[in-house]
Write a protein that binds this ligand. Structure first.
Ligand SMILES: C[S@@+](CC[C@H](N)C(=O)[O-])C[C@H]1O[C@@H](n2cnc3c(N)ncnc32)[C@H](O)[C@@H]1O
Length: 473
C-alpha cells in the first residue's frame, strides 16, 4: 500500500530540543505566522469560525504575505485537520487530562505538536517558538508545562506515536486508519461502508482526504474557455470537466486572480462541476428551457447551469432559504437569465413543470473535508438522520416540480450511505420515478463503480466525494 502523504523523515537521534529554563514572562514574541495560526485556531474553537475564511482575513488585515502567509496557512489548516491525532498524542504526554488543560494553552500545544509530527520544522524550533508564545501570553509556569509536553512529544515521530496509540490494524482496521489519518472513527466507518473496504482502498481514501487539495476553477461557459483560463492563471486544464482548471495548492488566494475578480471564473471543485454538467447532458424530449436549482446558495452550480441555459435561451430559477446566501447566488449569477427566490425548497411556491431540476441538498459535507480543515471534528453522527429527513423532503418536492419526462439530479457532497443511496432508494419507491444510470453522463471519468448512481472520490478522481443520482419523472 502506498502512503500518499509526504512524510517528514524520522528525526535523527540525539537532536532533541534543548531544555528551557523557567524565568519571568517576556514581552510578546515577533512571530507573525505562528501568532496568526494560533489566533485562527482559537477563533475556530471559540467562535465556530471557519479556518479557511478566518485565516485569509487575518492575513490580509495584518499584511502577512509570502513565506509567513504560507507557513501560517500550513500550520493552521494542518493543525485543524490533525486535531484528533494531535490530542491523542498530547493526552499521552501530559500529566493533566486533556480536559484539564486550559483551552488556549491546548491550542498552542496543538500548534507545537503539529510542527513536531507533521512538518520538517526542526524540533528545537517547533518547541522553542511555541514555548515562547505561551510564556509571553501566560507566564513561566504554563511555559514550563508546554515545554515538558512538547519535549515528550518530540521523543517519537508521527509513525512511532501511531504505532503506540492506534489500535492494532488486524484487530480494528477502521480504528487504526482513523487515528493514522486523523479522522473521527464514525467518519472513517462511513467511508468504509460506502467503499465496501476496510483495507487498501479505505486507506487511500482517508490519506487523500487528509492531504491539501488543489484549487479548482470553473471557466464560465460562454465567457472564457478552460484552455484560456489555464493559460491566464498558469493552471492546468482539468482532466474531466470541460470547464475546469486546476491550480497548485500553494498558488495564493484565487480570489485575487483577474478572471475570478471579473466574474469569468469561479472557485469550484471539479466534482461539483461534473454533477451539474451531468444534469445538463441527460436527453430530455420536448421543451427544455425551464430549469430549477432548489438549494442554490452560494451559487456555484447555479452559475454553471445558469450559463448553460442562458446560452440556449432559457431560464433558471434558483431557490435558497437563507437570505444572505440568496444574495451570494445573485452575485454569482449576475448577467445570466437567473431569477433568485428566497424560499423553502420543500414548498417554494413556484409553478411546477420544470424540465431539469437540481437538488444539491444540505448535507454533512463529509465529501469535502479536505477543503474545510476543521469540519471533521465539528460534525456529529447525530447530524446525519436530521439531514437525511430534509434531503428526502427536498427530493420529493423536486419530483413534484418536474414535468413528466423531465429529469432531477440529486446531489450531496457526502459519501455517507444514509445521505446517498438511502435517500434515493426511498424517494424512488415512494414517488414511483425511474433512476437512470448516471455513469454515461460522466464521460471519460474512470472507476465509477456499478451504478446507477455515481460516487466520486478524492483518491480516485481528485475531486471532492460528490454523489449524484439522476431520476426520470
Ligand atoms: C449544499 S448547499 C448548495 C450548494 C450550491 N448548490 C452551490 O453549488 O453553490 C445547500 C444549500 O441549501 C440551503 N438550504 C437548506 N435548507 C433549505 C431548504 N429547506 N430550502 C432551500 N434551501 C435550503 C442551504 O442554505 C445551502 O445554501
Amino acid at each position: 500500500m502506498t502512503d500518499h502523504r509526504p512524510r517528514r523523515p524520522s528525526r535523527p537521534r540525539g537532536t532533541r530540543p534543548p531544555r528551557h529554563r523557567g524565568g519571568p514572562a517576556r514581552p510578546p514574541v515577533e512571530d507573525p505566522a505562528r501568532s496568526a495560526a494560533l489566533e485562527t485556531l482559537r477563533a475556530v474553537r471559540d467562535r465556530d469560525a471557519y479556518a479557511n475564511l478566518a485565516l485569509p482575513a487575518l492575513l490580509k488585515q495584518r499584511r502577512i504575505s509570502g513565506r509567513d502567509a504560507a507557513l501560517a496557512t500550513e500550520l493552521t489548516y494542518g493543525a485543524c485537520r490533525a486535531q484528533g491525532l494531535l490530542d491523542a498524542v498530547i493526552g499521552e504526554c501530559s500529566a493533566r487530562p486533556l480536559d484539564g488543560i486550559d483551552p488556549e494553552l491546548l491550542d498552542a500545544l496543538r500548534l507545537g505538536a503539529y510542527q513536531l509530527l507533521r512538518t520538517r520544522i526542526p524540533a528545537h524550533a517547533a518547541v522553542a517558538s511555541t514555548v515562547d508564545i505561551v510564556r509571553a501570553e501566560s507566564g513561566s509556569r504554563q511555559a514550563g508545562f508546554a515545554n515538558a509536553v512538547l519535549r515528550r512529544i518530540s521523543e517519537r515521530d508521527e509513525q512511532e506515536w501511531i504505532d503506540r496509540l492506534a489500535p492494532a490494524r488486524d484487530d480494528d482496521p477502521v480504528g487504526h486508519l482513523a487515528l493514522r489519518y486523523a479522522h473521527p472513527r464514525w467518519i472513517a466507518q462511513s467511508f468504509a461502508d460506502a467503499l465496501g473496504s476496510v483495507g487498501a482502498e479505505l486507506e487511500a481514501a482517508l490519506a487523500a482526504d487528509d492531504a491539501r487539495p488543489a484549487v479548482h476553477l470553473t471557466a464560465r461557459p460562454g465567457e472564457i474557455s478552460a484552455e484560456e483560463l489555464a493559460a491566464i492563471t498558469g493552471g492546468d486544464e482539468a482532466p474531466y470537466s470541460p470547464y475546469g482548471v486546476h491550480l497548485d495548492s500553494g498558488a495564493g488566494d484565487p480570489g485575487d486572480l483577474e478572471p475570478v475578480r471579473e466574474g469569468f471564473a469561479s472557485v469550484q471543485d471539479e466534482g461539483s462541476q461534473l454533477v451539474a454538467v451531468a444534469l445538463s447532458r441527460v436527453e430530455v424530449q420536448g421543451p427544455d428551457l425551464r430549469w430549477l436549482d432548489l438549494c442554490a446558495g452560494p451559487g456555484g452550480k447555479a452559475n454553471l447551469l445558469g450559463s448553460l441555459v442562458t446560452m440556449d435561451g432559457g431560464t433558471l430559477d434558483a431557490v435558497e432559504q437563507a437570505p444572505h446566501r440568496a444574495d451570494l447566488v445573485r452575485r454569482s449569477t449576475d448577467g445570466l437569465s437567473v431569477e433568485v427566490h428566497v424560499a423553502d425548497g420543500r414548498d417554494p411556491g413556484l409553478e411546477p413543470g420544470y424540465d431539469r431540476v437540481l437538488v444539491d441538498a444540505p448535507c454533512t459535507g463529509l465529501g469535502a473535508l479536505r477543503r474545510r480543515p476543521e469540519a471533521r471534528w465539528r460534525r456529529r453522527p447525530d447530524d446525519v438522520a436530521e439531514l437525511a429527513k430534509l434531503q428526502r423532503e427536498l427530493l420529493l418536492s423536486a419530483v413534484r416540480l418536474t414535468r413528466e419526462g423531465g429529469v432531477v439530479a440529486y446531489v450531496v457532497c457526502s459519501p455517507h450511505l444514509s445521505e446517498t443511496e438511502g435517500v434515493v432508494s426511498d424517494v424512488v419507491r415512494r414517488a414511483g420515478v425511474e433512476q437512470l444510470d448516471a455513469r454515461p453522463y460522466f464521460p471519460g471519468v474512470p472507476d465509477l463503480g456499478d451504478g446507477p448512481a455515481v460516487q466520486l472520490w478524492p483518491h480516485r478522481h481528485g475531486t471532492d466525494a460528490m454523489f449524484c443520482a439522476l431520476l426520470r419523472v
